[in-house]
Design a protein. Structure first.
Length: 480
């Protein structure tokens, strides 16, 4: 018998062989399109511009400056060498006390010091990605579910579900009220789960929202806390964009709300990371902050699977203990995000493209529904392919965020410099202008055709011809 007797499915576990990672989605396809033809200002100026990556690179210079002034913060420098041994052999899963203190203080500062965080509740994980899985593992058994308002970050399908067997059930929201979470929708989703015999263990919210770039108001947070209390389920709040709020209204953390209202704190958990607020996704600093002692203890034991390296902890401790730096960073980063947001939204507005009004995040929720051939997700995909392959911009279609309405696209705006922003906007302008022109030509032809006898036969012939003025691209047809 040869070595290739069994199929892959037999050789591997079902989980390993399945598509739990969710890589087969337009969200990741866009990244692949970028990877195969990445834009470069001089080496590949016609390449795909990456606008599908929620990265905060606008204030990186501030961190680099700090690093240059504090070479001892890293053990990879002569100045840090004295501590090399201590750092290299430390592997306690509680984390360095100075790291936990610094992170707890930073979390408070980002929330305007209106609330305090206990360093002993700071549990490390490999980014928010690891933190979400840890929390899901602690709170739910395979088959149990979390309710998640749509549209939501596509990574949740991987992070919460893949290895835990937990389900995510959508809570409806749409543009009729600017995608606000309503308690009616929450009740409906909860009742639907009950009717299907699915045990709901909690609600997962992202505040500020990815992909919407909006924040939850205090009243909604109070309602959500009341909701989970009444059902005796959990509330998991992903607050990893907390410091990206760049205009009023101010961010309100669930930590503030539970200080103000009666509630069972055992039900409240915060997921945080330094990937967005500080723009350090490569450091993999994720935090589980649970008010529930049992969850905290279990999460801490689990952090062995995704420890933040001691070197990183040390560096982060140094960086975040510098109050002057942190204050300046939070302020400056918000200013720069506001400027970039304004540049982008006004650039889109000039060509008649609207976005959901937002005040946070690293992205815009762009409304292209008028450009769809039909109001369907197939048309959304057609349009998305044109944007990626012809306009050469990798934006993410709303359906990858489980959006209920076709025509919305997430556009990341903080992972590129000003020059690339202008190029991206120029491409959008050219594209919209071409679409407008084609629509005008088409209207003109239609008028002419209407005047001719045998109108319908001629119209069909022309429309089928490869030289037809009827645009074949869905973007062009979409001007109706
Ligand atoms: C809402 C949300 N949660 C979690 C993550 C994952 O973050 P991390 O890089 O810290 O794992 C992301 C990344 O885009 C995100 O947008």
């Amino acid at each position: 018998m040869g070595f290739s007797g069994g199929s892959e499915v037999q050789l591997l576990s079902k989980m390993a062989a399945g598509n739990g990672h969710g890589e087969d989605s337009p969200y990741f396809d866009g990244w692949k399109a970028y990877d195969s033809d990445p834009f470069h200002l001089t080496e590949n100026p016609d390449g795909v511009i990456q606008m599908g990556l929620a990265e905060n690179q606008l204030s990186f210079d501030l961190i680099q400056d700090w690093m240059a002034k504090h070479p001892q913060a890293s053990i990879c420098t002569l100045e840090g060498l004295d501590d090399f041994k201590d750092v290299a052999i430390f592997q306690d899963y509680h984390g360095l006390p100075e790291f936990r203190n610094a992170v707890a203080n930073f979390m408070a500062k980002v929330r305007g010091n209106r609330v305090k965080f206990d360093p002993d509740r700071i549990v490390m994980s490999g980014g928010a990605t690891g933190a979400h899985e840890t929390v899901a593992f602690c709170l739910a058994d395979p088959g149990d579910a979390f309710l998640v308002p749509i549209p939501y970050y596509p990574g949740f399908d991987r992070d919460l579900r893949w290895r835990t067997g937990v389900q995510l059930l959508p809570v409806h929201s749409d543009s009729s009220n600017n995608f606000k979470i309503t308690m009616n929708a929450m009740e409906e989703a909860y009742a639907k789960a009950a009717a299907e015999n699915i045990r709901v263990k909690g609600i997962l919210i992202t505040n500020p929202s990815n992909p919407l770039g909006t924040i939850l108001d205090r009243a909604t947070l109070v309602d959500l806390v009341a909701f989970v209390n009444s059902k005796h389920i959990h509330l998991v709040c992903d607050e990893i964009y907390a410091a990206t709020v760049f205009t009023q209204p101010d961010f309100v953390s669930v930590a503030e709300v539970i200080d103000e209202v009666e509630c069972n704190r055992d039900l409240i958990h915060i997921v945080y990371s330094l990937s967005k607020d500080l723009g350090l996704p490569g450091f993999r600093v994720g935090i589980v902050y649970s008010y529930n002692d049992a969850v905290m203890r279990c999460a801490r034991k689990m952090s062995s699977f995704g420890l933040v390296s001691t070197q990183t902890q040390r560096l982060v401790a140094g960086l975040l203990s510098d109050d002057e730096f942190v204050g300046r960073y939070i302020f400056e980063s918000a200013e720069r995000l506001a400027t970039r947001h304004e540049r982008f939204t006004s650039g889109l507005e000039q060509v008649g493209i609207g976005c959901l009004e937002s005040n946070s995040g690293l992205f815009l929720w762009m409304d292209l529904h008028k450009m769809l051939k039909e109001q369907s997700f197939e048309s959304e995909m057609e349009l998305w392919r044109v944007v990626v392959n012809e306009v050469k911009l990798n934006v993410s279609p709303g359906q990858s965020f489980h959006c209920a309405e076709p025509g919305w696209f997430r556009v990341c705006f903080a992972n590129m410099d000003d020059e690339v922003v202008e190029i991206a906007l120029r491409r959008i302008r050219t594209f919209v202008a071409k679409a407008d022109l084609a629509a005008k030509k088409r209207r003109c032809w239609q008028n002419k055709l209407n005047k001719l006898s045998f109108k319908s036969r001629i119209f069909d012939d022309v429309a089928m011809s490869p030289r037809s003025p009827m645009p074949h691209s869905p973007m062009l047809r979409a001007q109706n």
